[in-house]
Design a protein around this ligand. Structure first.
Ligand code: CTP
Ligand code: MG
Length: 166
């Protein structure tokens, strides 16, 4: 991966974005759930999304200005959201990397059952996110990402990562 880079994780809820993001330094990761919690005390409060996105964008601008590698940990399944991120990075001359989480949708859905009710995403929503993420893959270079990675083995990585952090 280039350094600096803006790394945009793309994947449904439960696809393992935050688990993968934890392999970076915590200060390099902007997690939308964390910004929701910062503005509303509840990571799952969807009504706080607009304020959370605004706060996250402010921090991203500050980091891009400093040419700091930054990982965007949110679903990023919508084209307009990705376009905003690519534009911001371009303005600062920072290369962009899209990482599509290749976790099977069945696994993303099953993982919701282990979550607390406030954090569990409905199965239909997870399936729609997964479909959108997968459909976006062939067009990611065309959207302006400098590098595109299909991370099809990451969902098998956790035991390794845990061993590394023990
Ligand atoms: N998980 C796992 N093995 C992996 C990756 C994730 O067992 N290789 C588990 C995590 O421990 C967690 C769940 O799957 O319990 C969801 O992973 P998470 O990283 O939280 O997924 P996100 O994509 O970040 O989900 P969300 O968009 O809802 O934040
Ligand atoms: Mg997450």
């Amino acid at each position: 991966m280039p350094d600096p880079a803006l790394v945009v994780l793309i994947g449904a809820a439960g696809s393992g974005k935050s688990t993968f993001a934890a392999t970076w330094n915590p200060s390099q990761v902007l997690e939308l759930d964390a910004f929701r919690a910062m503005v509303s005390d509840e990571a799952g409060d969807q009504q706080a999304t607009a304020d959370a996105v605004a706060a996250m964008r402010t921090v991203l601008e500050a980091r891009l200005t400093r040419k700091k590698t930054t990982v965007i940990d949110s679903t990023n399944c919508e084209r307009a959201v990705r376009a905003g991120l690519v534009q911001a990075a371009r303005r600062h001359g920072v290369p962009t990397v899209a990482v599509l989480m290749g976790t099977p949708v069945s696994l993303c859905v099953i993982r919701q059952t282990a979550r607390t009710p406030g954090r569990a995403v409905p199965a239909d929503t997870v399936r729609a996110q997964h479909t959108a993420a997968t459909a976006a893959f062939p067009g990611l270079r065309g959207e302006g990402f400098d590098h595109v990675v299909f991370a099809d083995q990451l969902h098998r990585l956790e035991p390794l990562l845990q061993r590394a952090s023990d």
